[in-house]
Design a protein around this ligand. Structure first.
Ligand code: KIV
Ligand code: ZN
Length: 518
């Protein structure tokens, strides 16, 4: 039996720190349940001191999940630690994850603390946390740029004070694989009590090296990897869970380790995170991109027909994709529809199923062939618009080279019908102006992106919209065979998210709290 690598997922904490990616309690719970089911060892459910919303989500996840250890993040402050403990203490297996920066740059400019003061803070906070909770993880923020001799002292002290996991982050994604690996090697050779704990790696992708750095850390002794679904995370993101898990699975010869992850759930988790956050997965993204298993070049197709191993290093089935792509049509019944959804990883309740089936029939009237991607978009669209304050009802636009661009829009706000006619510089602008007028809002449009979900001119368009003001931002998707309707749906979904965030006064950029220092 090979050695186990523990998978620590931080989609709900570091992932949520990406601008526009914040999620509500229900959404976090939905993701946590999928992670729990796919046998993620540790789920970092949030940063409880950051906001009441974060606290409630961590608490609810701690109460509801049965398998994974649940971690709550805390700075090196007793208040943070109390709040984190309060949030995770009802978990079957709770963990407090506390951290302080150890690099000269962070200590001098952010913390304004000397090395002695940082050591004092470690002594005080790790011991305090250990008195509350038996499972403590300690991280040296910006470990990748820390002075090694000082790092040894900090780690030795954190272990003496009761930490059972020591995490070394490359917070700014600055190191090279051999450089990061050698930090782990040096720590193992120079910290006398290192064999008492599990070493962990946490990497960011600023130079596109997050996964390579995690692999280098594993080679040099890390046995826990911190990562996120789809590599979601601040700036360029974190190491992607699916890439780490599948690399370890595929490269067993050179990396003789295993994880307990149910890899067949990877695609489901990826799609869920993408639909909830509104962050699309790029088509050529490793493992979960739409093209990751597509073979187009004739020479490749020929090879694949002769032996799949010629161009395929892992099977699509191993991440939960199945081969059939053409699925249902206009005459398909509810049973076939619900079976297909189950195959794709969705099991809606009866009411949701009926509503989805109705939407499917409408779509089948407009579009001859319904592909899996269409069904996924249908489910995601319903998830994004379900139970929302503002609902799309109908839209008619005048467009074309000689037309005055005009949108006739009907929506419901808290079930009350509203309609208007607006002009604009093109049909999308006219539609967005109509939404702004009916909702009396005027957020900045930071991103507008359209792509076709499948091939063909009758394909559904999927639109991503990001809105922001000076404090908050939100991103969402919408889909429809008519791209102007898809645009309206995406805008309304993003607006609903932003309004929700404002009502809950969620301080979205919890990174700000993080960098305030101790
Ligand atoms: O990147 C980082 O340093 C972090 C720590 C809080 C672990 O996210
Ligand atoms: Zn991080």
């Amino acid at each position: 039996m090979t050695e186990k690598i523990f998978i620590f997922d931080t989609t709900l904490r570091d992932g949520e720190q990406s601008p526009g990616a914040s999620m509500n309690l229900e959404e976090k719970l939905q993701i946590a349940e999928v992670l729990d089911d796919m046998k993620v060892d540790i789920i970092e459910a949030g940063f409880p001191i950051a906001s009441n919303g974060d606290f409630e989500a961590v608490q609810e996840i701690s109460r509801k999940l049965h398998n994974s250890t649940i971690a709550g993040l805390a700075r090196a402050s007793l208040k943070d630690i109390d709040r984190a403990w309060e949030a995770v203490k009802s978990a079957k297996s709770p963990r407090i994850h506390t951290f302080i920066a150890t690099s000269p740059l962070h200590m001098k400019y952010k913390l304004k603390k000397s090395e002695e003061e940082v050591l004092e803070a470690i002594q005080k906070t790790v011991s305090y946390a250990r008195n509350l909770c038996p499972n403590i993880e300690w991280s040296c923020e910006d470990g990748g740029r820390s002075n090694l001799d000082f790092l040894y002292q900090c780690i030795e002290l954190a272990i003496k004070c009761g930490a059972s996991t020591i995490n070394i982050p490359d917070t700014v994604g600055y190191t090279l694989p051999n450089e990061f690996g050698s930090i782990f090697k040096s720590v193992r050779n120079n910290v006398p009590n290192i064999d008492k704990i599990i070493l962990s790696t946490h990497t960011h992708n600023d130079l596109g090296l997050a996964v390579a750095n995690s692999m280098a850390a594993i080679k040099e002794g890390a046995r826990q990897v911190e990562c996120t679904i789809n590599g979601l995370g601040e700036r360029a993101g974190n190491a992607a869970l699916e890439e780490i898990v599948m690399t370890l699975k595929v490269k067993k010869d050179l990396m003789p380790f295993h994880t307990d992850i149910k890899t067949e759930s990877i695609i489901k988790a990826s799609r869920l995170v993408s639909s909830i956050t509104g962050f699309p997965v790029q088509p050529n993204k490793a493992i979960v991109g739409a093209n990751a298993f597509a073979h187009e070049a004739g020479i490749h197709q020929d090879g694949m027909l002769k032996h799949a191993g010629t161009y395929e290093i892992m099977t699509p089935e191993s991440i939960g994709l199945n081969k059939s792509s053409l699925v249902l049509g206009k005459h398909s019944g509810k049973h076939a529809f619900s079976e297909k959804l189950k195959e794709l990883g969705y099991e809606p309740g009866n009411n949701a199923l009926m509503e989805l089936f109705g939407r499917f029939k409408d779509l089948a009237d407009k579009k001859k062939e319904i592909f899996e991607e269409d069904l996924i978009a249908l489910v995601e669209d319903r998830a994004a618009s379900y139970n929302e304050h503002i609902k799309f009802v109908s839209l008619a636009v005048n467009a074309g080279s000689f037309e005055k661009h005009e949108a006739n829009l009907s929506i419901q706000i808290d079930n009350e019908p509203k309609m208007t006619k607006s002009n604009g510089n093109g049909p999308v602008d006219a539609t967005f102006n109509a939404i702004k007028e009916l909702t009396s809002t005027n957020y900045r449009l930071k991103l507008y992106q359209v792509h076709a979900i499948t091939a063909g001119t009758d394909a559904q368009g999927e639109v991503t919209v990001r809105l922001e003001d000076d404090e908050l931002s939100s991103q969402a998707k919408g889909s429809d065979p008519d791209i102007i309707v898809a645009s309206a749906k995406a805008y309304i979904n993003a607006l609903n998210r932003l309004i929700f965030k404002k009502s809950k006064s969620i301080v979205e950029n919890s990174a700000e709290i993080k960098i305030e220092g101790v």
